[in-house]
Write a protein that binds this ligand. Structure first.
Ligand SMILES: [Zn+2]
Length: 297
């Protein structure tokens, strides 16, 4: 019995070391901000990294969060009266922080992915003690470890060029540059949007559009389709702008507004020409353009 446990522990350690190296790159330079409105495993992963979790504690933070709430930042779980909590209690947010045992965590904090991750970091003693979470003590979290590892693997890797993991980017004649493809994957993972336009062969967009392939056959823009869901559009647009450095964003357009990171003042403003494509064509999708990524030698 003891030997078996030791063997299992040794197997579990290997991916932790690799993940620790991969996530270490987030500590310096352009960090990804916690996505407004994000959810799921990818949202948990970024929030947990930002809160300070590392190594095995980071894996467990994502896996326990998935087991507790599926990564739903505003999940609510009512509990009946118990001897310790005679008035009953409520489990709140992505990590289901309990009103009775953790009244110091406000409802607003519990329902905010970033704040909840920080509270979870404190309550779990920096990821070393998960005994307060029933999905940990029951072992239910184990079924979520693979999903946690997958989410963590999408975070910027230590050996990535400019923070873009190796393997991102699709080939020409009409593909996507690595940085463009990486953000496309993140938008799908963080916001659940899979209807995303990319490369176009020199039609359907303005002249010199970043949707048209460059000399390598790769485009540098995506259109994130949000339909009539303007709130979701702003979540994506705000997230892309907040992470412009890490994602190599050149500019973002949504709902008649643009933020252009080539301008000296990095701020949202109305599209300057009210008759332009910028002003009139970006209400049902968020346009994100990217800088060409220069390899680090
Ligand atoms: Zn576009």
């Amino acid at each position: 019995m003891t030997r078996l446990v030791v063997a299992v522990a040794a197997v579990v350690l290997l991916p932790v070391v690799l993940l620790g190296a991969a996530v270490g790159a987030l500590g310096g330079g352009a960090d990804l901000a916690i996505p407004v409105g994000a959810s799921g495993a990818a949202g948990l992963a970024i929030a947990a990294v930002q809160a300070g979790f590392t190594g095995q504690g980071l894996r467990l933070a994502v896996a326990v969060g998935l087991a507790e709430s599926g990564g739903n930042p505003t999940a609510q779980g009512p509990n009946p009266p118990t001897p310790g909590c005679p008035a009953g209690s409520t489990d709140r947010g992505a990590w289901q922080l309990n009103t009775c045992y953790h009244p110091e965590v406000s409802d607003a904090c519990a329902d905010d992915l970033g704040c909840a991750a920080q509270a979870t970091y404190r309550i779990s003693a920096a990821g070393s003690d998960w005994s307060a979470w029933t999905t940990y003590t029951s072992g239910a979290y184990q079924a979520q470890l693979a999903a946690a590892d997958q989410a963590l693997a999408t975070l910027p890797a230590a050996n990535a060029v400019g923070g873009v993991p190796p393997g991102d980017g699709t080939p020409g004649p009409c593909g996507l540059s690595p940085a463009t493809d990486y953000t496309k994957h993140l938008v799908t993972a963080l916001f659940g949007i899979s209807d995303i336009g990319g490369c176009a062969l020199f039609s359907g967009h303005v002249a010199n559009s970043d949707h048209y392939p460059d000399g390598n056959g790769q485009a540098h823009a995506i259109d994130v389709m949000v339909g009539a869901n303007t709130a979701l559009g702003w979540q994506v647009a705000t997230w892309a702008a907040a992470n412009a450095d890490a994602l190599h964003v050149k500019y973002v357009i949504f709902a008649g507004q643009i933020i252009d990171f080539r301008e000296p003042t990095r701020a949202w403003h109305a599209c300057r020409d009210p008759a332009s494509s910028c002003a009139v064509e970006h209400f049902q999708h968020v346009h994100i353009s990217f800088e060409p990524l220069e390899p680090i030698l």
